[in-house]
Design a protein around this ligand. Structure first.
Ligand SMILES: [Fe+2]
Length: 317
């Protein structure tokens, strides 16, 4: 399988930026990690909140709710409005996913567990996504004030923009991108702000927080937003090694169009692993073959190190 033909591109910024830029970016990552950890209390709030990611069904919550001691009945309350489908969905929060992973740890359940064994286990990663660490850049006055006094977050996001736009152009094969965004335009005017709730939203970012002992089981990312052109995955982590786990694993099975259930006949030994430090960038090009990259089977192995962050930067036409 040639991942590039599927719109799956893996880059190392050291191949495209000079040493001093890479060093400066590393310092920015070290600072922003401290910033993110100061926001984890927000990410750990109990639902309901206006944040996160929808759970498309309640299979997993129902199954685990029976096995765990705490009362998770509040999770059946629909809290997430999904603009693209105009529907409200249930969600998972930190309390619940943390409890699930403690259970998994005790029972030797890892990233190789499939939905046939634990119903809906592939959806657990929906509990890891947060927009709340980006509050500072989501309002124009807030953003201006933050920039005036110096902002770790803004500095990091601007450098990440430099990197992502360069790499998107590279994988697109042209300087012209099929998106309505430019480097740093979100600092310049209100209508270009990141994470706008309006239909005109061009850019959405969120943070995937993977604590120690957590993993993403096998899943596909297929998403309902037909206007999304690129997803850039950035990893604000420094010094992770293979021993720390949290590796992005993708499979050689060629994805087919349309959303499919996990195929248990897939060759589970035929995978590639990516170590997710700040020099690594994965760019998903959704324009290729009707977003076939959304059907790529992948997982993230159990995190045996520090908190692992993954920044999602998405761009629409
Ligand atoms: Fe994923």
């Amino acid at each position: 399988m040639d991942p590039i033909k599927l719109g799956f591109n893996i880059y190392d910024i050291r191949d495209f930026f000079d040493n001093s830029y890479v060093k400066e970016y590393e310092e920015s990552v070290i600072s922003v990690r401290k910033y993110f950890s100061s926001k984890l209390n927000l990410c750990q709030k109990r639902l309901p909140y206006e944040d996160g990611c929808p759970s498309w069904n309640s299979d997993f919550i129902k199954y685990m709710d029976n096995l765990l001691d705490s009362d998770y009945s509040y999770l059946y309350e629909k809290t997430y409005y999904h603009k693209e489908t105009d529907n409200i969905y249930i969600q998972m929060d930190y309390n619940f996913t943390k409890d699930c992973f403690e259970y998994f740890d005790k029972h030797n359940i890892d990233q190789n567990t499939i939905n046939g064994e634990i119903p809906g286990v592939s959806t657990i990663s929906n509990g890891f996504y947060h927009q709340c660490p980006f509050h500072e850049v989501e309002g124009f006055n807030r953003l201006k004030a933050a920039m005036k006094s110096g902002s770790t977050l803004v500095d990091y996001l601007l450098m990440t923009d430099d990197i992502n736009f360069k790499l998107m152009k590279l994988c697109n094969g042209s300087e012209e991108l099929p998106i309505d965004s430019k480097v740093g335009d979100w600092t310049e005017s209100e209508e270009n702000l990141i994470n706008l709730t309006s239909a005109e939203r061009k850019r959405k970012i969120w943070l995937n927080v993977l604590y120690a002992k957590q993993f993403h089981p096998y899943h596909q990312d297929g998403q309902g937003d037909r206007n999304r052109k690129f997803t850039c995955l950035n990893y604000p982590n420094v010094g992770r090694t293979l021993k720390d786990g949290g590796l992005f694993r993708y499979y050689d099975e060629i994805p087919v169009s349309g959303f499919t259930k996990w195929n248990v006949n897939i060759d589970k030994d035929s995978y590639h692993e990516i170590l997710c430090n700040y020099t690594k960038v994965i760019i998903l090009n959704h324009s290729i073959d009707n977003d076939i990259v959304g059907n790529l089977y992948h997982q993230v192995t159990k995190n045996l190190g520090e908190v692992r962050y993954n920044l999602y930067n998405t761009f629409t036409a």
